[in-house]
Design a protein around this ligand. Structure first.
Ligand code: ATP
Length: 509
């Protein structure tokens, strides 16, 4: 074990359902008293990981240690762990007190007794009424509902009901509290309040919290440590600020806060090219290396161009502007690329601006070579994916669990809410094995030229480039030669999408 304060350790944990690996080589040590959040999009394996910690699922391989002991095969009720779910599952016919006391009344606690032969034996007893009373009132005090002990559950607000659910979990004095999207059913205002209350509660009780959410703001507000997940794999583990400032890849950058993410190339010592412009930077990467670049909107400086633009400047046109209370958010077009910028200054729509970015505010990341990642993709009005000059059929229902597409191509959520995804910005991820190369032009989703092939022992890694300079890396057993003119093809179910920003942005009446 990494350190003696480690309460729970997941070591090489995998979980497979049929052929589907939903948690892949998960390694994590959690310290006693820590507030750890699993953050990632729907279906990335957060809940499955939590359920393995709780004991409701068994890992396909790997180990889970609690205080250094293997609990992988121990059933849930024997683990000092309690879970709070999104749907609070309270008993509607019982009042607040009895809901919290319910588990305690059933619980049998061991005690030691000397029998007639003088041997020490373990016996079991129920809690006394006074013991239950003390524990319930202590839990109600922590969640700040002491005055409502006799209230019917149905008369409580959603937030109050969720607090009762938390009291019911902490009354058992678990060492670890697992919280699976516990605020998911609350409205935004209540969520914000409860986030702060939960953090406060965590401080008061001092036990370890493992929290699951797909909401990055929630994760940033509450956690000591965030574990960002995608496709069953840990992407990054770190403190909120470190993850925000130093994302390790485009996926994390997008998930934590709004970002401008671009494919870029190192074109000199501390010089990186993106947006068709060469920027000074502070990260040293080899010459010609393909990298990804992240720039936060608050780090993009805009200056109005009064008269003529100067040569060598990076200029763009403001095409959209939203007042966000303290600052404006601008959408600036530079050629066909979008730059999101924030500024407290009020600039005119359609005006030309110069764009400057300080070298140390350009975060450069090694390009993901385990998948093709397209950070500047978007969805068109026919619900297809556009990556520059490549257009793909996609399954947009992956963006919202339980959704479907209606006849007019709106995405309909499980709650009936309607979303118009036309022009929605997404990050598209396509596996190296999921792209097919076909001979000749016009036989697939995009025309491309083979640029490079590298033999990797048992297969080739082929780099193809479209006319608009989008690169696809493909693992294949077929041989291709630089200069071959080909088409790339990808099946719709192989394209993973991550929406930039929250889906609520696209809601329509
Ligand atoms: P969400 O936030 O939507 O709950 P999540 O990140 O918590 O997503 P999981 O619930 O862990 O994701 O699911 C990960 C993947 O595993 C999904 O594709 C899901 O359909 C699949 N999965 C989960 N449980 C089972 C099961 N019992 N049998 C088959 N597949 C499952």
């Amino acid at each position: 074990m990494a350190n003696e304060n480690c309460i729970i350790s997941l070591q090489g944990v995998n979980k497979t359902f049929g052929n589907n690996t939903v948690v892949d080589d998960f390694n994590l040590d959690i310290t006693k008293g820590e507030f750890v959040t699993f953050l990632g999009p729907s279906g990335c394996g957060k809940t499955t990981t939590l359920r393995m910690i709780a004991g409701f699922e068994t890992p396909t391989s790997g180990q889970i240690l609690l205080n250094g002991e293997d609990i992988t095969k121990i059933p849930p009720h024997k683990r000092p762990i309690n879970t709070v779910f999104q749907r609070y599952a309270l008993f509607p016919h019982l009042d607040v007190y009895d809901n919290v006391a319910f588990g305690l009344k059933l619980k049998k606690i061991p005690y030691e007794k000397t029998n007639r032969k003088g041997e020490t034996v373990t016996k079991y007893r129920h809690y006394t009424r006074a013991e239950i009373d003390e524990k319930v009132m202590r839990a109600l005090k922590i969640i700040d509902l002491e005055d409502l002990e006799n209230r019917d559950i149905s008369t409580l607000s959603g937030g109050q009901q969720q607090r009762v659910a938390i009291a019911r979990a902490i009354v058992n004095e678990p060492e670890i509290l697992l919280l699976d999207e516990p605020l998911g059913a609350l409205d935004l205002k209540m969520r914000k309040e409860m986030q702060l209350e939960l953090k406060d509660m965590h401080k008061k009780i001092g036990i370890t919290f493992i929290y699951v959410t797909h909401d990055q703001e929630e994760a940033l507000t509450m956690s000591d440590t965030i574990v960002v997940m995608n496709n069953g794999c840990i992407q990054q583990i770190g403190k909120p600020l470190d993850i925000y400032n130093e994302p390790v890849n485009a996926f994390v950058a997008n998930f934590i806060g709004e970002s401008n993410i671009y494919n870029a190339t190192m074109v000199g010592k501390l010089k990186v090219k993106f947006l068709n412009h060469v920027f000074d930077c502070v990260d040293d990467f080899p010459l010609n290396e393909k990298v990804e670049v992240v720039v936060r909107p608050e780090d993009v400086n805009l200056t109005p161009i009064k008269s003529h633009a100067k040569d060598g400047d990076l200029n763009g046109k403001i095409v959209d502007k939203i007042f966000k209370g303290i600052h404006y958010e601008y959408l600036v077009m530079v050629g066909k690329s979008e730059v999101v910028a924030q500024s407290t200054k009020d600039y005119e729509l359609d005006s030309q601006v110069r764009i400057d970015i300080e070298p140390d505010l350009i975060q450069i990341m090694k390009k993901n070579t385990t998948a093709n990642v397209f950070p500047e993709a978007y969805i068109d009005k026919n619900n297809r994916l556009v990556i520059s000059d490549a257009i793909f059929d996609i399954d947009v229902t992956q963006l919202l669990k339980g959704s479907h597409v209606d006849d007019l191509l709106y995405l309909i959520g499980p709650d009936g809410k309607k979303y118009d995804l036309d022009d929605a910005d997404v990050i598209a991820t396509i596996g190296l094995n999921d792209v097919e190369i076909v001979d000749g032009f016009d036989n697939g989703n995009a025309n491309a030229e083979v640029i490079d092939t590298i033999y990797k022992g048992d297969h080739y890694s082929v780099l193809v480039r479209t006319k608009e300079e989008e690169d696809f890396i493909i693992d294949t057993i077929d041989t291709w030669n630089p200069g071959d003119l080909v088409s790339v093809k990808v099946a719709s179910e192989k394209i993973k999408l991550t929406l930039k920003g929250d889906i609520s942005k696209y809601e329509v009446d």
